[in-house]
Design a protein around this ligand. Structure first.
Ligand code: GLU
Ligand code: ZN
Length: 294
């Protein structure tokens, strides 16, 4: 698919949607509609052990209840194994992949930057059943510098080698890593614009690195403000953030719009609220955040 503007909402079905995800969905929907573009849905269901049953349907119901209609069919990452495997083959053929047997404990002393321990092993087979992750190499020196422009936040420069190092593309438990799946699928869906929470800003350089290695286009990025609790921590399903009450979509939507500094009126139907917000939406006027939930 090619189109001047295609973005996506890409929730992980690790629980019901909460206010943080609603905020991202509303801003993403507005940005796509304001651009006259497409807004696609991709369910990032690559972690079955952390997916409560019914979570996917809950997400679909929540979007519809809030008037957030997406274009086309939802993509499910659980059906994309072959594409992820092909991307790994390509990285391996380019000599960019290696097997890593390090434990979390081995890496603890390195402050989150992979020290290169298993790099030279490459893809040499390990004795049967040896648990290992697959990591992609990050170049040293200047080649590791990744620059990108955020539509809301301006220019970023990131030293991938110094700040993260070689990173995981297939986990030790055999599951695909988020970084790999997101890059392969953004390309498959023809995404031109990634609109997502600023908590994922430090994933962007890893994704750009993978796009370059795989010969895939780099989309534009807009990192939204995220909702935080009184302590300033991101709301997450893991942290027990409450699911949205689907009995009160008008009030939920009005709250999300107000956080985005857009006109909000819980007395109006969700479709009308969205149209009123759309009429004045300008991406550059989004608040950078963080937004306190209270
Ligand atoms: N699935 C990710 C999440 O729910 C978002 C991925 C993305 O937008 O790139 O946090
Ligand atoms: Zn290792």
């Amino acid at each position: 698919m090619t189109h001047p503007y295609i973005s996506r909402f890409a929730p992980s079905p690790s629980g019901p949607l909460h206010f943080g995800s609603l905020l991202a969905a509303v801003a993403g929907w507005l940005d796509a509609r304001a651009a006259g573009g497409l807004w696609l849905l991709r369910i990032e269901d690559i972690d079955p052990p952390r997916e409560p049953s019914g979570a996917k349907q809950w997400i679909l119901d929540a979007l519809i209840a809030h008037g957030l209609h997406y274009d086309g069919e939802a993509m499910l990452q659980s059906g994309r194994d072959a594409a992820y495997a092909a991307a790994l083959d390509e990285l391996a053929a380019a000599g960019m992949l290696f097997r890593c047997t390090c434990t979390r404990q081995d890496l603890r002393a390195h402050g989150g930057v992979y020290p290169g321990t298993c790099r030279e092993r490459g893809m040499t087979p390990l004795p049967d059943g040896t648990p290992h992750a697959l990591r992609v190499r990050v170049p040293d020196g200047d080649a590791a510098r990744i620059r990108f422009q955020d539509r809301l936040r301006g220019a970023f420069e990131f030293d991938l080698a110094a700040e993260q190092g070689d990173f995981i593309v297939r986990r030790k438990d055999g599951l695909w890593a988020y970084q790999l799946a997101v890059v392969v699928d953004d390309a498959e869906q023809g995404i031109t614009d990634v609109v997502r929470g600023v908590d994922l800003l430090d994933s962007t350089p890893r994704q750009i690195h993978l796009q370059r290695l795989l010969g895939l286009p780099t989309p534009r990025y807009l990192h939204l403000p995220i909702l935080v609790d009184e302590r300033g921590d991101k709301l997450s399903k893991q942290a027990g953030a409450q699911g949205l009450d689907l009995a009160t979509p008008r009030a939920n939507l009005a709250r999300a719009l107000a956080w985005l500094d857009l006109p909000a009126d819980p007395g109006l139907d969700v479709g009308v609220q969205l149209q009123r917000a759309l009429a004045v939406y300008r991406p550059q006027n989004l608040p950078p955040g963080p937004i306190h939930l209270c």
